[in-house]
Ligand binder design. Sequence first.
Ligand code: HEC
Ligand code: HEC
Length: 244
Amino acid sequence: MHYIYMVLVLLIFSGCDNSSKKIDYDGEMLLKQKCAICHNLKMPPDTYEDEKAPPMMAVVFHLKDFMKITMDDEKFSKFIPFVQDYVLEPSKEKSYCDEESLKTYGVMPSQKGNVSKDELKAIAEYMYDFYDQEVYLKEMQEKSAFDALPKGEQLVLKTGCYNCHDTVKNKVGPSFKSIAQSKNKEIISVIQNGSQGKWKQFHNMMMPAFKNKFSKEELKILEEWINSLATIEEIKPWSVKNAI
Ligand code: HEC
Ligand code: HEC
């Protein structure tokens, strides 16, 4: 009697447990696993001569445009249902792709069996959020601002020198301006080998060695750029720097 009661309790509890367990799909991972064989996923995308499919960024921007999606809840009412349906039952008629692209790529082969409707919900949600026009524009603007900086400053930004240095203010280490003005500076050898105790104010701080980080040419560029700051007055705008 007691034993049967126990089994019942177990059944009820495990039953409850099962029905409340929802699988959490990872849209990003699924997109990479299931769609990257044909669609380039980068934003902005790499371009190849023999693409099998339009890049995912182009697909999403294009769908948002053609579905005239203006509000984010249309992600659920329009975008996700379309992707779920199209990927499982694609056709020339349903496609928002123009004639020319359909000719180039052919209609997408149905992914039935490769991906489930629930997985597609997570994939489509991720696609909608990740391929965002505004984020893309902002990234492009930041990138072109970055590309317009002097090469030496680009190297400094990419290597994290600003964690310890500033152009005009002393920080963990001396400002680049005061380094440029210093009589016994050894810019290239200090960057390569590191240094401690050379600057009195910073005697308990250390400049790490960046031994094989830079080519000879890059070291020269760094030296020239730092030297060019000897007479700067203004603090340069940090907006770009903060964005990297
Ligand atoms: C075997 C290659 C292949 C795979 C795998 C693939 N696609 Fe495609 N997909 C294509 C091609 C080709 C097109 C362009 C022609 C078209 O619109 O049917 C396309 C177009 C699309 C479109 C745009 C439809 C339109 O109307 O513009 C969506 C959305 C899409 N794919 C989503 C996905 C998702 C999500 C996955 C992963 C689950 C995926 N695709 C996997 C080949 C593929
Ligand atoms: C962890 C902090 C830190 C980082 C990161 C760092 N530095 Fe330094 N740097 C220092 C300190 C501290 C000094 C002062 C060293 C001394 O007094 O000997 C210094 C000094 C220098 C000097 C002075 C050389 C001289 O001869 O007086 C140069 C040039 C320099 N750093 C360039 C760089 C560059 C370029 C980078 C990035 C590649 C960088 N630093 C990254 C802390 C740092």
